[in-house]
Design a protein around this ligand. Structure first.
Ligand code: ADP
Ligand code: MG
Length: 867
């Protein structure tokens, strides 16, 4: 049986109270707290006294009685720690209006930590001291209750409706799906606490200061196991709840806030229920109903209030007269809580308890046995001894297993962080970052030899064997907490800079070995120190800690840091540019491939058009010969007609004349018929030639299309290349402009601004296909053909056209076209692979110009050569 311990703590005036010239209404004397009512007229009893387990005077730091965080911890916190180590559950909760100092007392600022961090630190300190034959397992959870919803402050996400509270038949109420985080050192706890507090703050800013209206419960589950005196097993599990309650002002149903409640302001159900539970428990009525289940807070803290727990309440109060009624109600609340009686029990493992009880009985029986042997007692004793033995063996086995697992976990420092698994080690180590091996899935951690050399290389027997390195690649020497990398036979870099001399490496340094290996150096002690110093180190400033000369002075070191930073920046930008160039090349290849396909298609089309054209031309020739035959026939008839007419003059015989006339009429008709056919033939011919012209136009269009596509591609590529070139040049310029740093010398093709910009890829000339001077005789021929066609068309339009002349024109056109066909056929012979553009041969007796087209190769280059 143990009463809830109650402490009251008064804080200093806050700025608002100072500004309004507040007067102090709290006095403290030993365990006594007095609240003075300044509004009472003189003569009335203007104060009320309360006695608590502790009254902490934290009003004025200069006061000799001032209660520091340290003192509060010494008197309350150590008790919590002791309870946990004894195997009891413990609970410490802070109550009071918003701004009264609950969070200050529970968490405190970083430079003056409160109870939670101090309790955790003390627990880990004690575990270290008592480690000997015991094993400990601690896990942490942190939750918040807001509007009766439970939110996990250590989880990456929470269900919108909050987590559900359930009840285990033996272990009591619990939050299902709440994350529990195994912790192996105080640092882990600190990190989790910070994370949880951050999560609380984020929510607070989003939701109009929920932190004053939410309850935060930080829980440590502490399990210890070991062998006690005479090999007696002991195993206990304690739960330690550290609770920062919501501001009490909105929930207290007594006078001062009654008005607010009536107004329907936020009612914090959990706090109201906490009041009811405390009242019910304080009245100590046997069998009276305690409404634990009415609210989430009281349900979860059921054990802490009137149950199996050693519980402490800290009531935080303001000293100012303006808060008189709130403070009075807090003091009354605290006063009531004093009356709660709990029944803390050691939470012993049931098997361990059985073993202990058996041992006690065995002792008793042994005492009974005395000198003489009593068979009945002896039998019972033997039976109990056997049972005890087997139970102990069973437990010891289980314990050894647990111990091994815990040891392993502790050695590796494997812990869960949200979804992640964090691998910690307190010794300096290297972590392998596999860059090249895409199939590697494990994470490798190499511990460095303490105070000495760690040899890294490919040779068997090296401390760290890495394939692909030189046999004795390098050495990392650890001495007095300082690590130095010394290259031996292999390429080494620190934070991206090649090094040939001994270089100091510090927390976070990236070490490159050979081509493929990158290792990160971690020094947990250094990291902890940096954290403690509150230095928020960026990666780059951590990098700055590595120097190739251990004796550099501060200024040089700063320069060195800057130099490394710039070098890294340079490397990064260079990498980006290379990446871009690769992408550009890729795009270029794709565009070329597309162009090639298009060209092939057009070439196919061109061939089809040409075949058609040839057919048409054949038909034209055919038409022409037909036309000529017709024309000849017409001539003959004309001559015949003329003869007949002449005859008509000579021979006067009427009979003959008539006959001749008949023939003349016939001949005339036939002649007309013939002439009509000539006209028709001519029309057909015209039609056919028009068709040929159309085909020619189509051919030209196809050629132009390919040419335009190629030109566009070329221009685009050139523009992109130029842009990239400029950026490269400016990158080098920028770096050279910034002090003494030049880009690290390397044998790659990267050039600096001082170099003449030169495009290595693709060569500048590569895309140029101009300057071939193809204003060739072929083009002149084509022009002539067009002119000739024009002439024929004009002649045909002319009604008085001389048919003779028309024939000549047509014959000439045919000649020209035949010549053209000859030339093209010859050119096609030279164009293996067929380009769209077809240069033409000039005169047969001139040496032929050979044009080889590499159109589909990478650079779309044409080569001009003459044998
Ligand atoms: P609560 O959590 O009860 O709302 P806080 O703990 O946030 O109140 O305290 C309100 C303000 O008063 C904070 O600025 C805090 O630093 C200050 N404060 C509270 N208690 C003390 C104390 N004992 N000593 C100094 N400052 C305190
Ligand atoms: Mg607070």
């Amino acid at each position: 049986m143990a009463s809830v311990k109650v402490a009251v703590r008064v804080r200093p005036f806050n700025q608002r109270e100072l500004d309004m010239g507040a007067k102090a209404v709290i006095r403290m004397d030993g365990k006594k707290t007095r609240i003075v009512n300044l509004s009472k007229t003189a003569g009335d009893v203007g104060f009320k006294d309360f006695t608590f387990d502790h009254s902490y005077w934290s009003f004025e730091p200069s006061d000799p009685d001032f209660a520091t965080q340290e003192q509060v911890f010494e008197e309350l916190g150590t008790e919590v720690v002791a309870s946990a180590f004894e195997g009891y559950n413990a609970c410490l909760f802070a109550y009071g209006q918003t701004g009264s100092g609950k969070t200050f007392t529970m968490t405190g600022p970083p430079d003056d930590p409160g109870l939670i961090p101090r309790i955790c630190e003390a627990m880990f300190g004690k575990m270290q001291e008592e480690q000997e034959d015991k094993n400990y397992r601690v896990d942490v959870s942190y939750l918040e209750i807001y509007n009766e919803k439970v939110r996990d402050l250590l989880a990456s996400s929470n269900p919108s409706g909050g987590l559900r509270v359930r009840e285990h038949p033996r272990q009591g109420p619990y939050v299902s799906d709440l994350s529990h985080h195994l912790v192996t050192c105080y640092d882990h706890v600190a990190q989790l606490m910070e994370r949880g507090n951050r999560a609380r703050c984020t929510a607070a800013t989003n939701m109009n200061d929920t932190s004053s209206r939410s309850h935060a419960i930080f829980t440590l589950t502490f399990r210890q196991a070991g062998l006690g005196a005479e090999g007696l097993p002991c195993e206990t599990t304690s739960k330690v709840h550290l609770v920062d309650l919501a501001g009490s002002e909105r929930a207290d149903a007594t006078g001062a806030t009654g008005q607010r409640l009536k107004e329907g302001a936020h009612i914090n159900k959990s706090l109201v229920t906490l009041g009811s539970v405390i009242s019910a428990l304080a009245e100590k009525r046997v069998g009276s109903f305690v409404p634990y289940r009415d609210a989430v807070l009281t349900w979860l803290l059921k054990d802490s209030l009137g149950g199996n727990s050693k519980t402490i309440m800290v009531a935080a109060i303001s000293p100012a007269d303006c808060n008189y009624s709130e403070t009075l109600s807090t003091l009354r609340y605290a006063n009531r809580a004093k009356n709660i009686v709990n029944q803390p029990t050691v939470n012993e493992d049931p098997n361990v308890r059985l073993i202990r009880e058996l041992r006690e009985e065995i002792y008793k029986l042994r005492g009974l046995l005395g000198e003489e042997t009593q068979p009945k007692v002896l039998a019972e004793l033997q039976q109990k001894e056997a049972k005890e033995k087997s139970l102990t063996a069973e437990w010891a086995e289980k314990w050894r297993e647990t111990q091994a697992i815990l040891r392993e976990q502790q050695a590796l420092g494997l812990r869960k962080a949200g979804r992640g698994v964090v691998l910690d080690s307190d010794r300096p180590h290297l972590v392998a970052i596999d860059q090249d091996d895409r199939l590697s899935t494990g994470v490798t951690l190499y511990h460095l030899n303490r105070n000495g050399d760690t040899v890294i290389g490919a040779a068997e027997g090296s401390d760290i064997v890495l394939p692909g390195l030189e046999p004795h690649h390098c050495i990392v020497t650890l001495k007095d907490g300082i690590a130095v990398l010394t290259p031996k036979n292999g390429y080494c870099s620190v934070d991206g800079l090649a090094t040939e001399t001994s270089s100091r490496i510090s927390q976070g340094s990236l070490i490159g070995l050979g081509r493929a290996h990158v290792l990160r150096y971690n020094d947990p002690a250094e990291a902890a120190q940096l954290r403690k110093e509150g230095r928020v180190m960026s990666r780059s400033s951590l990098f700055g800690g590595s120097t190739s000369d251990l004796n550099l002075n501060v200024e040089e070191r700063e320069l060195e840091t800057e130099r490394r930073r710039l070098a890294r920046e340079y490397e990064e930008r260079k990498r980006q540019l290379d990446e871009e160039r690769r992408r550009l090349e890729e795009r270029q290849r794709e565009a070329e491939e597309q162009l090639r396909l298009r060209e092939e298609k057009l070439e196919e089309q061109r061939r089809r058009i040409e075949n058609k054209k040839e057919e048409e031309l054949e038909k034209v020739v055919e038409e022409q010969s037909q036309l000529r035959i017709l024309q000849d026939e017409t001539e003959r008839r004309r001559a015949l007609l003329k003869d007949l007419m002449d005859q008509m003059d000579e021979e006067q015989s009427a009979e003959t004349l008539e006959a001749i006339q008949q023939v003349i009429i016939l001949q005339r008709e036939e002649l007309q018929e013939l002439e009509k056919r000539v006209v028709e033939r001519l029309a057909t011919l015209q039609e056919r030639q028009k068709r040929v012209a159309e085909l020619d136009a189509q051919l030209e269009a196809a050629r132009e299309e390919v040419e335009t596509a190629r030109l566009a591609l070329k221009e685009r590529t050139e523009a992109e290349l130029q842009a990239m070139h400029k950026r490269r040049a400016s990158l080098s310029l920028a770096l050279n402009g910034r002090g003494r740093l030049g880009p690290p010398s390397s044998d790659d093709s990267f050039h600096t601004a001082t170099d003449q910009p030169q495009t290595l890829w693709p060569p500048d000339s590569a895309l140029s296909d101009s300057g071939l001077g193809l204003a060739s005789p072929g083009e002149a021929l084509a022009r002539k053909v067009a002119q000739q066609k024009e002439k024929i068309l004009t002649a045909l339009e002319d009604e008085n056209c001389d048919k003779e002349a028309l024939n000549d024109h047509i014959a000439h056109l045919q000649e020209l076209q035949r010549e053209q066909i000859r030339l093209e056929t010859k050119m096609n012979g030279n164009f293996k692979g067929g380009p769209a553009r077809r240069p033409l041969e000039a005169e047969v007796d001139e040496p032929p110009i050979t044009v080889r087209a590499n159109a589909f190769r990478r650079h779309s280059a044409f080569e001009l050569s003459s044998p």
